[in-house]
Design a protein around this ligand. Structure first.
Ligand code: TPP
Ligand code: MG
Length: 288
């Protein structure tokens, strides 16, 4: 310590922000694990892998009002891969949009947190995204609508790497640059997994940066579990002064933060032994 204000330099302010984002990411992971425990299974490994990106989105990038999730001037955050609903709920709980005590209702009848996301049930969920490859086309419609209204809101569209197999994603990517949608920021979770195995084996997708660039997008690729890198890339995309859509490609590790889940080979939909949920929460505790 040299006695100066912690926020006196940009570097220090950045460090403080990144530490806060890391704390939020750990909480998001804990909420997701607790929901997984309620059902004994689920898409928990995706939530663990994507938690750092969600923390950077909900605690740095997005503009919203927790007490008014439908606020007209909010940024729209669209979860295209509907099976990641558990990850989004965890972020919405941490953001104060959903109450934490609803965790225990996860996946049960009449819950606002169904296992497969339903936008009409859940405050803060903008679209129902069960059919993969629909999110980016919907995002483009919303971007065009916002521009007509002269809105300054951004649309963030969260996609999985499995959605890059879908033709609709690439049709949308093409039209986004045609319409010069500088209010669109796509965020792709490249965990290199999908239901049938490693994404790169199911349908090879590299070179990913060049592909998006050739569709007219501004591209950044980062380690999606490096919170400082994610946060910097999201900020740069928002500040960019160029009339084109933007994409942040995030390479992530499924199960991140829980060693025995990181080590699993098949992580798309996991079942966890009852005693292991507590072990997972231990690994994600503040002291760990
Ligand atoms: C259009 C469509 N095709 C197939 C499915 C079935 N499906 C559900 S999740 C999934 C895997 C998609 O890949 P990804 O989202 O990358 O999987 P993860 O990273 O979650 O393992 C598939 C094929 C679907 N929901 N929609
Ligand atoms: Mg995947």
């Amino acid at each position: 310590m040299d006695g100066t204000d912690d926020s006196a330099t940009p570097a220090r302010a950045g460090n403080r922000l990144h530490a806060e984002l890391a704390r939020r990411a750990r909480n998001i992971r804990r909420h997701a694990v607790r929901m997984g425990e309620v059902q004994g299974q689920g898409y928990v490994a995706q939530a663990l892998g994507f938690a750092d990106v969600l923390a950077a989105l909900y605690f740095q990038a997005l503009r919203y009002r927790p007490e008014d999730p439908a606020w007209e001037d909010r940024d729209r955050c669209l979860l295209s891969m509907g099976h990641y609903a558990i990850a989004l709920y965890a972020a919405l709980i941490e953001a104060g949009i959903l109450p934490e005590n609803e965790i225990e209702t996860y996946g049960s009848d009449d819950s606002r947190l169904p296992m497969s996301g339903m936008a009409s049930y859940t405050p803060g969920m903008e679209v129902s995204g069960g059919s993969l490859g629909q999110g980016l086309p919907v995002a483009i419609g919303i971007c065009l609508g916002l521009k007509r209204k002269a809105s300054r809101s951004f649309v963030y569209n969260l996609l999985s790497d499995g959605e890059l197999d879908e033709g609709s994603t690439w049709e949308a990517a093409q039209s986004a640059s045609h319409w010069k949608l500088d209010n669109l920021i796509a965020v792709v979770d490249v965990n290199n997994q999908q239901a049938d195995g490693p994404s790169s084996q199911v349908m090879s997708f590299e070179p990913l940066e060049e592909r998006w660039r050739s569709f007219g997008w501004e591209v950044r690729r980062v380690d999606g579990n490096d919170i400082a890198a994610v946060s910097d890339a999201l900020a740069a995309m928002r500040e960019l002064n160029d009339p084109k859509p933007r994409v942040v490609i995030c390479d992530t590790r499924m199960g991140r933060g829980v060693s025995f889940l990181e080590a699993r080979e098949k992580t798309h939909f996991i079942r966890v032994d009852p005693h292991e949920w507590a072990l997972a929460l231990d690994e994600l505790s503040e002291e760990a």
